[in-house]
Design a protein around this ligand. Structure first.
Ligand code: SF4
Length: 215
């Protein structure tokens, strides 16, 4: 059984797949508590409903969309998540898994497109990253830094430099928390420092700013 917060269809908004229709499977429960978290309603496993893997697959199929994202909360907190991801891949879906980076990703099927966060100081969770994950990253995996301010930008540059052996050639996403870090300021810093990262704005917050969930 898995604890499910919600399943819904929306536009993918926080990766190189941004803008594509996508079915989101949001699992309940998270081991972190980020300052900017917008999914507090899925913070505890008890916030979700118990559901079987087969029921999730059936509900995903209803939408007839080939792209599926398994997210949370933190999906790797649930023991059946690797099996869920593998099942979806075996059915022919393109599967994204969004993880906060604090747990071991090695149990996940390598065919999945992992979007792995590295938490910055502004998140309040800066020491959470599971360093061995770096060695598991594949060329199609993506690393995401959510930046609260310019200090987070410079911290992230240092992290990338320190771990360049693992991160060179990978897709690296810088996503600003727009309430505290203007996208134009981040764009200016990226250009000024000639950093090979992708500026990513959270699409759903631009399209549906008042929506709390299901988008
Ligand atoms: S890891 Fe994600 S779900 Fe968990 S607290 Fe941080 S932002 Fe929220």
């Amino acid at each position: 059984m898995l604890s499910l917060s919600e399943i819904f269809c929306s536009l993918q908004g926080e990766s190189t797949f941004a803008g594509l229709p996508c079915v989101f499977v949001r699992l309940a429960g998270c081991n972190l508590s980020c300052a900017y978290c917008d999914t507090g309603y899925a913070a505890r496993k008890s916030d979700g409903v118990e559901i079987t893997l087969a029921e999730i697959v059936d509900r995903v199929a209803v939408y007839r969309v080939p792209l599926v994202e398994v997210t949370g909360g933190e999906p790797l907190l649930q023991g059946q998540t690797p099996e869920l991801v593998r099942s979806l891949l075996d059915l022919g879906y393109t599967v994204l898994v969004e993880t906060n980076g604090s747990l071991d990703i090695s149990s996940l099927d390598l065919r999945a497109h992992l979007i792995v966060d590295v938490k910055t100081p502004g998140s309040g969770m800066v020491d959470s990253f599971h360093q061995p994950n770096l060695a598991c990253l594949q060329p199609h995996h993506q690393i995401k830094f959510v930046l609260v301010d310019a200090a987070d930008f410079f911290w992230s540059l240092d992290f990338i430099k320190q771990h360049l052996i693992f991160l060179a050639g990978k897709e690296i996403i810088f996503s600003p928390v727009v309430a505290s870090f203007q996208p134009a300021e981040l764009a200016g810093l990226i250009l000024q420092h000639r950093v090979r990262v992708r500026l990513q704005l959270q699409l759903h917050t631009l399209l549906w700013p008042a929506s709390e969930r299901g988008r």
